[in-house]
Design a protein around this ligand. Sequence first.
Ligand code: AMP
Ligand code: MN
Ligand code: MN
Ligand code: MN
Length: 275
Amino acid sequence: MTCYDLHTHSTASDGSLRPEEVIARAIEHGVDVLALTDHDGTEGISQAELAANDTSLSVIPGVEISVTWGSNTVHIIGLNVDKNNTKLQQGLVEIRDYRKERAVKIAERLEKSGIKGAYEGASQYASPVMLGRVHFAKFLVEAGHAKSIGDVFKRYMVRNKPGYVSGEWASLEQAVTWINGAGGQAVIAHPARYKITATKLRRLVTEFKHLGGAGIEVVSGRQHPEEINNLAKLANDFELLASRGSDFHSPDNAWVELGRIPDLPTNVTPIWQSW
Ligand code: AMP
Ligand code: MN
Ligand code: MN
Ligand code: MN
């Protein structure tokens, strides 16, 4: 059976492997079709495609767009996007400009709580326009302010903590429109991970479907196996296609590995059915 992993990260966003290293590792782990879906950018795709040339692995060009929906941040994956599409790239540039502004604010807030040099520290791990919370987390661990990335997220980088800045990302409509305009398919990433009620999640899915969204991730890394049936039902209730992706970021997270996630249940329509 073909192994699909349609949600992965590289150093082009907050992953720790270069695109070519993601490809090599995916092949080692038996992945046949891999979507590189870095946050808010497609810079890693050419390198991934080059590395996959003349191998058994196919690369699907993707992106994971940060979206502000009400007071929540949600992530929308674009699969099979044309990375040369102007409107998509203009949108992504705007989000990355905001990333830079947010990084400055995060550093200011950390400074107020006594942590100096966070902007420069985090910048060692990424370019200013890609700076994300993971890069700040790496700096905070390195500087001895926390013992692990997970520890940083709990103590600094989430709501009501010193290093948190609420996001002002793209709208749901913009994300879906950019992805569809670039010939891609929009997919709601890790729907079980948002801290929203089931009712609110159904509202998100309703709006997403109306806007032209194509699918939801039914199987995702860092997700309780019992979520799969709920998400399969959600996909079927809204006639959405089902996607499968690990959300791999780094070999350091031993519990999230490329391709190593459950199969899609048999009662859903896989998003790759029409490929
Ligand atoms: P950002 O888009 O910069 O706000 O960062 C979001 C990213 O932070 C996610 O894509 C994950 O890679 C990472 N992240 C979020 N929550 C956690 C957590 N609790 N532990 C480790 N990494 C996390
Ligand atoms: Mn990430
Ligand atoms: Mn995400
Ligand atoms: Mn992701």
